[in-house]
Ligand binder design. Structure first.
Ligand code: KG4
Ligand code: ZN
Length: 334
């Protein structure tokens, strides 16, 4: 057949995004409307506010995406949407919009897992080779996923408490940095001379799981103690100590998983993949070990609908369509 154009909708958290992608590979348009400014004054995402914002923007973003891509609605092959996980109110807005569009255009509907989207963002820029291991790091997720074949995911490790991005945002808040704090900590860590010494949560020797809440508490305790002594810590040194600890554990476990599972590639995905320190450390260690490392450009690391369209294309080829009573699933399993 001809080219397959998929329109995808992503509203799982605080970005409203609509994309049109050809053959799961070529991005015709990827409109992302961030609500960050709205949530900044609350210091984090407020679910009620997020869903209201999605309602306000989803219609014009769909129109803008169709305009920009120069694709007629009748040329679309399917409509895809993030089914979960995410904030239920936010997911619902995308779900309703996608269903309405698919219904009125008589197109099939495809439900996509948000993490599958983050992983297949790499398909937009790289050639994937199975089996691979994906390190998914975002505001809501910290997972090591073994992907044996197309669409066959096995979670081999995950966080037992805070997600990496969540820990970044909480530490940033303690340092009085704006939300989201990840990029600010990343920047400060690079400006730092020395680092505050902080613990690493390795957990059991054979475990691929992560834990970041202890590290976050250690940061808060160090800040408080230093302040009480009247010798406040330099934010740069705290940022570097925190980031070094996070990166050590992420890199070590990811490389161990690649070896143990005989993976052909290591894939980095999710918003925290934008972290310069993490990228540099993974690049160095992978180069040393001869492991191909794939990571999407920064614009495709954070939440966007092009990644949902990329993952949806694989389901389209397999005829894995969703029923029209598909429900938004805030805790959807991969
Ligand atoms: O994937 P994403 O856009 O949304 C979720 O699905 O969570 O990830 C957002 C998270 C936020 O916690 C943000 O602080 C973090 O990614 N982040 C970073 C960086 N850029 C974004 N964390 C560390 N370093 C960065 N450069
Ligand atoms: Zn995400």
């Amino acid at each position: 057949g001809g080219p397959v154009y998929i329109l995808a909708v992503e509203t799982s958290c605080d970005e409203t995004s609509v994309a049109i992608v050809r053959d799961g590979k070529d991005i015709l348009t990827n409109v992302v409307s961030s609500q960050i400014e709205t949530h900044q004054r609350f210091g984090g995402v407020v679910p009620e506010v997020a869903s209201r914002k999605h309602v306000e923007s989803i219609t014009w973003i769909i129109e803008e995406a169709l305009d920009k891509a120069n694709v007629k609605p009748t040329e679309l092959a399917a409509v895809a949407v993030t089914q979960g996980p995410g904030l239920v109110g936010s997911l619902l807005v995308g779900m309703v919009a996608a269903k309405a569009l698919a219904c009125s255009l008589e197109l099939p509907l495809i439900g996509v897992h948000h993490i599958a989207g983050h992983i297949y963002a790499n398909q937009l820029v790289n050639e994937l080779e199975y089996p691979f291991v994906a390190l998914v790091v975002s505001g809501g997720h910290t997972e090591l996923v073994f992907v044996e074949a197309e669409g066959r995911f096995r979670i081999i490790g995950q966080t037992r408490d805070d997600a990496v991005g969540e820990a970044y945002d909480k530490v940033a808040r303690a340092l009085k940095l704006p939300y989201p704090g990840g990029p600010h900590i990343d920047r400060l860590a690079h400006e730092a001379g020395e680092a505050v010494t902080l613990p690493r949560a390795w957990l059991e020797p054979d475990s691929y799981d992560f834990s970041f809440s202890g590290l976050k508490s250690a940061v808060l305790a160090a800040l408080n103690q230093a302040a009480m002594k009247g010798q406040p810590l330099a934010p740069e040194a705290v940022a570097k100590g925190f980031q070094d600890s996070v990166i050590d554990v992420l890199v070590e476990k990811a490389l161990r998983a690649v070896r143990a599972y005989g993976a052909k590639q290591l894939i980095l995905a999710g918003g925290v993949a934008a972290n310069k320190g993490l990228r540099a450390a993974l690049e160095a260690r992978c180069a040393e070990a001869g492991i191909p490392l794939l990571a999407p450009p920064l614009s495709l690391c954070t939440d966007n609908a092009a990644m949902i369209a990329a993952a949806a294309f694989l389901k389209y080829r397999r005829g894995q369509f969703a029923p029209f009573d598909m429900k938004a699933e805030p805790l959807l399993k991969l």
